[in-house]
Design a protein around this ligand. Structure first.
Ligand SMILES: [Zn+2]
Length: 219
């Protein structure tokens, strides 16, 4: 979440950038945020002041601001479901922790202990419930995908709520058929179970791509 907050700050600072670039010096605090974006301090100011024509400078800054804002919006359009991702049990056939028999695990287990659980994208709360198997659970709908967050200690959303990426939808726990506290995540595409790792990969790739592009437009 810190990274997200930083990017909001970056967005805010970038919007100020256009008005302030004439007075920017390499030592300005305005670019302190660049350490987060892994950009050397002062590079932006140097790059945009170089052209001699002021209108060109303004246009260049404006275009860069627009692209930067789009990239930031894209970056925060996805979120990992937990602050730290550690896979405890993968999707597919495994030895059932209760019976010891080979059983298909319909999701992945992520290590979690009393942690906030985040929506991975913008979507809608399809269901909030409780049963013996999943314990307290929340089902979120993202277009053709539905994602279930299970064994929660509590749900913090209600059916029909709209959610954005990074919104807290519950707190992890060990309710239902669970041998210890973790987050069991399932994903369905058009009603069929798929490996939820594809969503984690999507988050990772989207954020990495945005960071790379952000870096390239300010260097
Ligand atoms: Zn599981």
């Amino acid at each position: 979440m810190k990274a997200k907050v930083s990017f909001f700050i970056l967005a805010l600072q970038c919007s100020l950038c256009k008005a302030q670039f004439h007075t920017v010096s390499n030592g300005s605090n305005l670019y302190k945020i660049e350490t987060v974006a892994e950009v050397p301090s002062g590079k932006l100011a140097t790059a945009i002041i170089e052209p001699s024509n002021e209108r060109e400078v303004c246009n260049a800054v404006s275009d860069k601001d627009e692209v930067r804002e789009q990239l930031i919006a894209q970056y925060i359009s996805v979120s990992y479901p937990l602050k730290n991702i550690r896979l405890n049990s993968n999707y597919g056939v495994r030895k059932d922790p209760f019976t010891g028999k080979p059983t298909k695990h319909n999701g992945i287990d992520l290590q979690a202990k009393d942690d906030e659980v985040y929506s991975m994208m913008q979507g809608r709360v399809k269901k909030v419930g409780r049963d013996k198997r999943s314990g307290n659970y929340v089902v979120l709908e993202y277009g053709n995908y539905t994602v279930s967050y299970c064994h929660l200690s509590k749900a913090l959303v209600q059916k029909g709520d709209s959610v954005n990426a990074g919104d807290v939808v519950g707190i992890s726990g060990s309710t239902g058929r669970s041998t210890g506290e973790h987050l069991h995540l399932t994903c369905k595409y058009k009603g069929k179970y798929v490996n939820p790792s594809i969503l984690l990969d999507y988050v990772k790739e989207t954020q990495a791509e945005c960071l790379a592009q952000l870096k390239s437009i300010v260097v």
